[in-house]
Design a protein around this ligand. Structure first.
Ligand SMILES: Nc1nc2c(c(=O)[nH]1)N[C@H]1C(S)=C(S)[C@@H](COP(=O)(O)OP(=O)(O)OC[C@H]3O[C@@H](n4cnc5c(N)ncnc54)[C@H](O)[C@@H]3O)O[C@H]1N2
Ligand code: MOO
Length: 390
């Protein structure tokens, strides 16, 4: 059995960043920027008013000063003249500042009578001018790699970048194996259950930026699994679920071997997830997950999410850990690294009493995994432990 750290290092060698494609900005959210992108203009492209009011050509003013209103500037409608001493231009938020303007007086601070304005007492001290290029200048970069979110999409739009270079979504083929499995919505026999973690993993991978191909559930026969494995061809990553352990019907390693699997490792010193395997079939990375639902989801978090980051050209490594005090004591750990389903609440972390790797109700309530090193001694409440937030 190898350590979790060695297993992750081996997994990250199974793939390399995928190609770059251009997508319209409307489809860029959640995608990974693959190349630096430069602003094609300054923003704002002109000095602009930040408020509705009056632009004047002086900074020093006093209550009672009067100005003659000589025109109007609105967003999208520049005032073409120049402001001189004693003059004002009616101006609205976002309008280009007229030539000569030094300050905008907000309209609440003036009394207007016909084409004349008079400043009131105690006016707002601000000048209310947004300088040209104050947000960004032409050539300023949004740097890659970066997972794009809504704020980035808004920024790219403002930079007038309509097509964005992003990594193609890595394709992950998922094969659930087992005679006992049927898909959600089907009617199971009384000795069957519903395939669950294939769907959970697909959701996890999609969120991480992958495109998923959920292949038909494979029966526990070589021919059924062989057919599914052949359907996976062309994917960047093949993920199998179940059939990984030592039982007579655990045939994934054997069948994948006949299909050309070059295995890197089998069995990791961790709980849950011991019978994890990884390797390559031709150019395709392959990860064989244990069938227990929680084991497969935890392995997805620990190994496949970093691998997908790597495919997407993002920095990839172990999941970030934080240190938190334990809300209750823990027994000594065995020689396998233990990833305990837990909840972070009120600044402390509490492990669930039931840690069996079949319990999806527990996983669904968990917002964290406590990481126990191999042979970690018993721990008292209040001692600090390492935690991965889910
Ligand atoms: N004698 C031993 N038995 C087992 C060992 C061992 O070391 N010696 N390891 C145990 C560990 S740890 C795990 S984890 C499991 C993993 O076994 P497999 O990967 O072969 O998984 P299966 O036997 O196919 O399934 C285990 C369990 O999970 C259910 N399952 C499978 N796939 C799905 C799915 N897509 N959705 C929902 N549930 C699924 C399956 O019905 C079984 O109940 O082996 C232990 N045994
Ligand atoms: O290690 Mo298995 O993965 O107990 O559930």
């Amino acid at each position: 059995m190898i350590s979790v750290a060695d297993a992750l290092a081996a997994v990250l060698k199974l793939g390399s960043p995928v190609d770059v494609e251009l997508v319209p900005l409307i489809d860029a959210d959640g995608r990974v920027l693959a190349q630096d992108v430069a602003a094609t203009r300054d923003q704002p492209p002109f000095s602009a008013s930040a408020m509705d009011g009056y632009a004047i050509s002086t900074v020093d003013v006093a209550a009672g000063d009067t100005f003659t209103v000589i025109g109007e500037a609105a967003a999208g409608h520049r005032f073409d003249g120049k402001i001189d001493d004693g003059q004002a231009v009616r101006i609205f938020t976002g309008a280009p500042l007229p030539v000569g303007a030094q300050r905008v007086i907000i309209q609440e601070d003036v009394t207007r009578a016909g084409s004349s304005i008079t400043l009131r007492e105690n006016i707002d001290k601000g000048h209310h001018i947004r300088p040209s290029g104050g947000d960004f200048k032409v050539g300023d970069l949004l740097t890659a790699p970066r997972r794009l979110g809504p704020s980035d999409v808004a920024l790219l739009a403002s930079m007038n970048v309509a097509l964005v270079p992003v990594r193609r979504r890595p394709v992950v083929a998922i094969i659930a194996t087992g005679d006992e499995l049927v898909s959600p919505g089907e009617t199971p026999r009384d000795d069957q259950i519903i395939a669950s973690n294939s769907l959970g993993l697909a959701a996890m991978f999609r969120r991480a930026g992958a495109q998923t191909r959920l292949l038909p559930i494979a029966k526990d026969t070589a021919s059924s699994l062989e057919m599914d494995l052949s359907l996976a061809e062309g994917a960047d990553l093949l993920v199998t679920i179940g059939g990984a352990s030592v039982g007579d019907r655990d045939i994934v390693a054997e069948v994948a071997g006949t299909m050309g699997l070059e295995r890197d490792f089998y069995k990791v010193a961790m709980r849950p997830g011991k019978p994890l395997m990884a390797g390559r079939i031709g150019k395709m990375a392959m990860i064989g997950l244990p069938g227990n639902p929680v084991s497969s989801m935890v392995c997805g978090e620990l190994f496949i999410r970093p691998l997908l980051d790597h495919f997407l050209g993002l920095p990839a490594g172990p999941r970030a850990r934080i240190s938190l005090p334990l809300a209750q004591p823990l027994d000594a750990n065995s020689q396998r690294e233990h990833y305990m389903r837990a909840n972070i609440e009120d600044g402390a972390v509490r492990a669930f009493d039931r840690q069996d790797s079949s319990l999806l109700t527990v996983l669904a309530q968990a917002n964290a995994l406590i990481v126990r090193p191999p042979n970690d001694p018993a721990r008292a409440a209040g001692e600090r432990t390492e935690v991965i937030a889910l």
